[in-house]
Design a protein around this ligand. Structure first.
Ligand code: ASP
Ligand code: MG
Length: 402
C-alpha cells in the first residue's frame, strides 16, 4: 500500500470524457490498495479564458479580485472529478486549497506556499475517501484567496506530497515524459527515463515547459520523487529524482528559448550605477536570463542582460530615465538561447565541440555562459532550431552511439 499524490493538468480534465478516464485511473489505483490524493488543474483553456473575461471589464486586471476569479477553474475540475469517482462507487471529497489549510504569502497572482496542514487530508484518507484538492491556490493569513502563478498546480501537488509524506507524486500531462529536446524541432529526440532535480531545474529555467520550476525546487528540498507521465497513454514517463553521482560529463537534454533580447549599457563611468539598474529590474520582477559585465578598453564599465524581448524596450526606457541620457543603451532583438543541460557539462571537451559547430556553421554567439550543469549559447533567433539540432546530434546522439 502506498500514499500517492496524482496531479492532472488541464488537458487531462478538459471535458467529461477525460474526467471519466481520470476517475477510472484513480479508482483503479485505489482498488490496488493505495491511498489516493488528487490535485487538479482547471479544465484546459479555462484559466486563459477567465483572464480574457477580466480584460474585457478592466484594462489591467490584477491582485485580489483576479485571484478570486482564477481560482474558479480548479474548483470546477475538483467537484466534477469527485462526482465522477462517486459514480464509480467510491467515496470522494473535494477541497479548495484554503479548505485544506494551504497557507500562502499575500502576493496575489504569484503567491508562495508557506504551510499546509495535513490533518484534514489524512482524516478523509483514513475514512476511505479519495481526497481531491484544487491546484494553484491557497489563502493568505487574512483568508484572501491567492493563486500561485501560471502552472502552479504542479507546485501544489509537490507541496501536498511533502505535507503528508507521500510515497510518490505523479504528475500527469499530455506529453509522455521529458525529452532530450523538443520533439517538434528535433525529430530524433528521445524520452529520458530519469533526470536529476538539478538538471530538471536547469531545464525548466532554460526553456523546458513541462514542469513548474518551483515544484521541482520544492521536490528537491523535501526529497520527493516526481514521476512525470501521460494521462493519455498511461505509460511510464520520466522520473525526476535526487542527484546521482556521475564520473563522466553527460548531456541530458538540449533546451531552447526564443523571443529574447540583449540589453547592453556601455560607457558607464563607474559600476555604482549597476545597483540602481538591478533595483529597477528587481522591482519589476524582470526575469534576467544571463548577465555579463566587464571593462571595455577605454576603462569604462559595460553590462549586458539577456531578457524577454517584450520587456526589453520598456526596461531600456526605465534605465535611461534613471541614468540620464548620457549613457549608451543598446537593445538587440530577435535572439534565442540554446542550452545543453547535464551534470558535469562544463567540460572543455563539450565546450570545444560546440565552438566547432558554431564556427563550421557560421553561427556567431552573442553571449555564452557555463555552469556545472549547463552550457548556454545566445544566437540570432533564426539560428536557434538549427543549432539545437546540431547540438543534439553532436552531444546526445553521438555520445549514445559511442
Ligand atoms: N490553471 C492554472 C494555469 O493554467 C494552473 C495550472 O494549471 O497549473 O496556469
Ligand atoms: Mg502545467
Amino acid at each position: 500500500m502506498a500514499l500517492i499524490v496524482q496531479k492532472f493538468g488541464g488537458t487531462s480534465v478538459k471535458d467529461t470524457e477525460r474526467l471519466q478516464e481520470v476517475a477510472k485511473w484513480v479508482v483503479k489505483n485505489k482498488e490496488e490498495g493505495n491511498k489516493m490524493v488528487v490535485v487538479v488543474s482547471a479544465p484546459g483553456g479555462m484559466t486563459d479564458s477567465l483572464i480574457k473575461r477580466a480584460e474585457e471589464v478592466n484594462s489591467n486586471p490584477q491582485g485580489r479580485e483576479l485571484d478570486v476569479l482564477l481560482s474558479v477553474g480548479e474548483q470546477i475540475s475538483a467537484a466534477l472529478l469527485s462526482m465522477a469517482i462517486e459514480q464509480l462507487g467510491h467515496k470522494a471529497i473535494s477541497f479548495t486549497g484554503p479548505q485544506v489549510g494551504i497557507k500562502t504569502t499575500n502576493d496575489f497572482n504569484n503567491a508562495k506556499i508557506l504551510d499546509i496542514s495535513p490533518e484534514k487530508i489524512m482524516e478523509k484518507l483514513n475514512s476511505d475517501h479519495v481526497v481531491i484538492i484544487t491546484g494553484f491556490q491557497g489563502a493568505d493569513e487574512n483568508g484572501n484567496i491567492t493563486t500561485l502563478g501560471r502552472g502552479g498546480s504542479d507546485t501544489t501537488a509537490v507541496a501536498v506530497g511533502a505535507a503528508i509524506s507521500a510515497d510518490q507524486v505523479e504528475i500527469y500531462t499530455d506529453v509522455d515524459g521529458i525529452y532530450t529536446a523538443d520533439p517538434r524541432v528535433v525529430k530524433n529526440a528521445g524520452k529520458i527515463p530519469q533526470v536529476s532535480f538539478t538538471e530538471m531545474i536547469e531545464m525548466a529555467g532554460k526553456g523546458a515547459k513541462v514542469l513548474h520550476c518551483r515544484s521541482v525546487e520544492l521536490a528537491a528540498k523535501y526529497g520527493i520523487d516526481i514521476h512525470l507521465r501521460s494521462a493519455f497513454t498511461w505509460e511510464e514517463g520520466t522520473w525526476v529524482k535526487g542527484d546521482e553521482k556521475m564520473e563522466k560529463a553527460m548531456v541530458r537534454g538540449i533546451t531552447h528559448v526564443k523571443g529574447l533580447a540583449k540589453l547592453t549599457i556601455t560607457q558607464l563611468e563607474s559600476n555604482n550605477y549597476l545597483s540602481d539598474v538591478m533595483d529597477i529590474l528587481e522591482d519589476r520582477e524582470i526575469d534576467i536570463r544571463l548577465v555579463s559585465q566587464g571593462l571595455n578598453p577605454s576603462g569604462h564599465f559595460e553590462i549586458s542582460f539577456l531578457l524577454e524581448e517584450k520587456e526589453a524596450v520598456r526596461v531600456s526606457k526605465l534605465i535611461q530615465e534613471k541614468l540620464g541620457n548620457k549613457e549608451n543603451i543598446d537593445v538587440k532583438l530577435n535572439l534565442g538561447m540554446v542550452s545543453a543541460i547535464g551534470i558535469g557539462v562544463r567540460s572543455n571537451r563539450l565546450q570545444g565541440s560546440v565552438m566547432r559547430i558554431l564556427n563550421n556553421n557560421g553561427i556567431k554567439p552573442k553571449m555564452m555562459s557555463s555552469s556545472e550543469t549547463s552550457l548556454s549559447y545566445v544566437v540570432a533567433e533564426e539560428n536557434v532550431d538549427k543549432l539545437k539540432r546540431l547540438m543534439h546530434d553532436e552531444l546526445i546522439e553521438k555520445s549514445l552511439s559511442a
